[in-house]
Write a protein that binds this ligand. Sequence first.
Ligand code: ATP
Ligand code: MG
Length: 299
Amino acid sequence: VAPARDRLRIAIQKSGRLADPARALLASCGLTWRESRDRLFCYGETLPIDLLLVRDDDIPGLIADGVCDFGVVGRNVLAEQDAGRVAHDQASAFREWRALGFGKCRLAVAVPEGWSWQGPAQLSGMRVATSYPALLSRWLADQGVAAEVAFLSGSVEIAPRLGQADAVCDIVSSGGTLAANQLKPVATLFESEAVLAGPVAELDAIRGELAALLLRRLDGALRMRHSKLLMFQAPREVLPSLLPLLPDADAPTVMRVDGAEDLALQALCHGAVTWQRLEELKRAGARGLMVLSVEGMLA
Ligand code: ATP
Ligand code: MG
């Protein structure tokens, strides 16, 4: 049993695709750290929230064992390890708390480019190489297909060329790696992105309060990530044709411009503020359009 802690501990990937964005996201919540010499541990300075730098595969287990409270990990890794627990009649010991919007990819079955794909039944009796045996086995069972699942911890995409497997089930983002190995994705099992993983049960009072604080800031940071503050002026009478161009904005603030008939507007837009949209606003009568990024927001 892990000793009681009065600091929150978050596991993130030490190096790899999720390492930098995970740290940047947590830093945007106002956390700073002092790094240990061995680069394994980062001691929280502004808040008692520490980081543990590990391999992503270890993160669900660290949460299950109570060594860490939270972790930033791909949903694919979390789901695979959870499916593995279920397959072994173990209770779930971690769950997704928040989707974080980066590290997007999907788990897909890919077959040699020369195959004409007729559907999952085509995999019957075949050997499929994967690092995700639990998710693949579950999917094959759902499809009613009996295929052999061959576990490989890495370099899955070269297995067909080496004669180790007929097909693969692997993480795809652009598809470039598959194409380079003369494979094509034919079925998606699972959509993934980085998530904040945490315990199934509630935390104790002290860490629970820290977690609530962190989640409040995280929600603000996630919400603001793509938000822009739009400022402009416009004659009062064009307002009815301007507002429909801001469907994703919180109720705009409308102010009077000193010494003029015009109005000044401020709108927080949560969708993309593209050049095209600015041009439409200008055509509808807006002037002096300004787009500002938002550093933070507390609802
Ligand atoms: P570690 O050394 O921590 O075990 P890793 O090699 O297992 O690292 P990475 O390749 O850094 O892991 O990928 C981490 C996560 O990034 C994946 O689990 C997945 O959620 C996500 N990801 C996004 N796009 C891709 C992609 N094209 N290939 C692999 N992973 C991707
Ligand atoms: Mg890994």
